[in-house]
Design a protein around this ligand. Structure first.
Ligand code: ATP
Length: 197
């Protein structure tokens, strides 16, 4: 059976960068955020449920108005929880189906929130990508062309990185001092060996 491996880390830690290295190694990666966006755009049953909860205008013209929805849930923890309760099960199901189709010894599911969402229990191992907070803030400001305050607001929804990394089975340090590729190779070899046992 295929090993299911989570890849997580805070905003700007370098999850997508590390995922890119796994892909080069021939390991398939499921991007949970991208899948959630696709499901919200295409799954009609989910669209109906989202409209019932947040109003028809969220899908005005048949297209999801992401900005409007983001504005509704951003400062309202209850509404965010409601949205997650609708979207997470569909995304988990899509990831599960995708995992079963992969032919490699292990496959990776990339998501910012496993422990926060309570979905880490579906995984055999979790890899954490760690980078110091000031570096993460700087990276996201540059990548997304946003202010420091906007990055801090996004970060405030995630659990503390030190706690998150302690919950992970492997930690990759992406502080731009330690080399990334050798660390990922080491994790890859460990996972191949675990899959063979
Ligand atoms: P998010 O959770 O916001 O999607 P992420 O954890 O996937 O972020 P990345 O998008 O991989 O993070 O990295 C954030 C930014 O930092 C990107 O622009 C990326 O190119 C850059 N970056 C990541 N790691 C490094 C590195 N080791 N050296 C230089 N730049 C890096």
């Amino acid at each position: 059976m295929i090993l299911k491996v989570g890849l997580t880390g805070g905003i700007g830690s370098g999850k997508s960068t590390v995922a890119g290295i796994f892909k080069v190694l021939g390991i398939p990666v499921f991007d949970a955020d991208a899948a959630a966006k696709e499901i919200m755009a295409k799954d009609e049953e989910l669209q109906q449920a989202i409209m019932r909860t947040f109003g028809d205008e969220v899908y005005a013209g048949g297209q999801l108005n992401r900005k409007l929805l983001a504005g509704i849930v951003f400062n309202d923890a209850f509404k965010l929880e409601q949205l997650n309760a609708l979207v997470h099960p569909a995304t988990i199901k899509a990831a599960e189906q995708w995992m079963q189709q992969q032919k490699t010894p292990y496959a990776v599911k990339e998501a910012a929130l496993f422990f926060e969402a309570g979905t880490a229990t579906d995984l055999d191992y979790v890899i954490g990508v760690f980078a110091p907070k000031p570096l993460r803030i700087h990276r996201v400001m540059k990548r997304d062309n946003v202010t420091r305050e906007e990055v801090l607001a996004r970060m405030s929804r995630q659990i503390d990185e030190d706690i998150k990394m302690r919950l992970c089975d492997f930690v990759v340090e992406n502080n731009e001092q330690e080399l990334l590729i050798p660390q990922v190779l080491q994790v890859h070899e460990a996972l191949i060996s675990k899959a063979g046992n």
